[in-house]
Write a protein of this length. Structure first.
Length: 188
């Protein structure tokens, strides 16, 4: 099986063997040269999906391409072991940054609770949910995602961890059910 995924000037080639990938790259390079274009060899990376760390000997125009353990494609971190842990951690960090960026709207009592909930779901969660269709989610990652949802609601209600309010109480005060995991499952 060989596949090519293209988005603007980003291209991902997928092959089951090193030989298949080499053939695809050769054809692509030949096509590029035909139109006086070049593949940027310093930006071109090889990622071998395997539990073992393997190296590749693939070249373009006699220049060996770098083999990496992880790279970012269209905003998602892809790792050699096909786990999504790095991407999930990165997304949660981005979500928290987005939350803090709009903290003045998301935590102020002059904005209704329903409006704050909608802002969180539409502004913050949209970052969280981008690319979830491709994630491999283990129990530990699921717990992190669910903990982030609770983190959002605690911040919206200005509940400190030192107040020792149980998560169930947080959801009651928000008049919410745990929803982010259901949303992710619905996208798969």
């Amino acid at each position: 099986m060989q596949q090519m995924l293209c988005f603007a000037d980003d291209i991902a080639l997928i092959a089951e063997s090193e030989e298949g990938l080499g053939n695809m790259l050769t054809k692509m390079n030949d096509s590029c040269e035909e139109y006086k274009m070049n593949i940027n060899k310093s930006k071109t990376k090889i990622l071998i999906c395997s539990k073992q760390e393997l190296l590749s000997n693939i070249t373009i125009a006699n220049e060996k391409l770098e083999t990496v353990q992880c790279f970012t494609y269209l905003g998602s971190k892809i790792t050699h072991d096909r786990r999504s842990e790095m991407d999930i951690k990165s997304r949660i960090a981005q979500e928290k940054q987005a939350f803090y960026h709009k903290k003045h709207l998301l935590t102020v009592n002059t904005v209704s609770l329903n409006t704050r909930k909608n802002l969180i779901k539409n502004f913050v969660w949209s970052i969280a949910l981008y690319g979830t269709e491709t994630w491999t989610i283990l129990k530990a990652e699921r717990k992190k995602i669910e903990a982030f949802e609770t983190w959002c609601w605690r911040r919206a209600l200005k509940i400190s961890w030192t107040e020792k309010v149980k998560n169930e109480e947080v959801y009651l005060r928000m008049n919410e059910q745990k929803a982010i995991w259901t949303t992710i499952k619905g996208r798969r």
